[in-house]
Design a protein around this ligand. Sequence first.
Ligand code: G3P
Ligand code: CA
Length: 326
Amino acid sequence: MKSILVILIGLLCVSCNPNKKEIILNKKIVIAHRGASAYLPEHTLASKAMAHAMNVDFIEQDLVLSKDNIPIVIHDIYLDDVTDVAVKFSNRKRTDGRYYVIDFTFNELKTLQATERFDSKTGKQVYQNRFPIWKGNFKLHSLQEEIELVQSLNKSTHKNIGIYPEIKQPVFHKKEGKNLTEIVLKVLADYGYNTKKDNCILQCFDAEELERIRVELKSELFLVQLIENSEETNKLEYFATYADGLGPWYKQILDKKVNGKWQFTNLVAEAHKLGLKVHPYTFRADDLNDFLSFEEMMQTLLIDANVDGAFTDFPDLVVHFLENKY
Ligand code: G3P
Ligand code: CA
């Protein structure tokens, strides 16, 4: 009955607005965190294609600028824990011993082999049961290349899967004399992502920058404020002045377990009262922490805590779970 109601509401929205693609937010969404990163090295085009085939709603892109101002899809400002940069460019590390994306041109970055995440000090793979380190032939890529992959797959498979880019470390970029945000907004606009009706959600941990994106840069995109610290949970009213959603660490939603049942903080209820969607990170079946099983994690957060979506390394499992619930 509930699922029929959701479909009817969806059809109603489309019929009110026949010429406009509506962003899919009338159901709980699955966001492929760094792609299908449990199965292929994170942020490779292969992991994005796999996520697309798993019928997710959105595919995530973490973004950092190259020396020549190309937005690169990579989780950190560093290169040395997902590529062979230390072997290929051993003399290009900074005094802190790290290799920075921003010190390399796009052409130089393209010569690197991308691999499963590892500890750059020990060389040990972080998630032991995932895709084996240094196997395969993967490369870094730009935001433009990834958008072209997603949009082309949407065309060839008749799907409308969205993108979920993240502006990484805007303050670091500014100190380096670069404006990541404005470059990213231009690329998004070039590919047709301008408003909340377009299938793109823009996220950032830096509240000042996300507010600037709305107020100063006048972006009409759907904006999600990421949070990680407990003090930030007291700033929801401020976030709601410019953002459309909240991306908390999932532990900020959990309170404690009483007689085997999870109790929740008031974060989701308060965000919903303010009209904010809630998309917690990160659902990992091989890193359960507080939960006895992945099933328990999905049931607890997606259903009992009533969040609106999930960032996950295991998109197939979350898609399957939600398909069986609705
Ligand atoms: O952006 C949501 C989630 O990805 C935040 O964590 O560190 O994986 O970017 P991180
Ligand atoms: Ca991210």
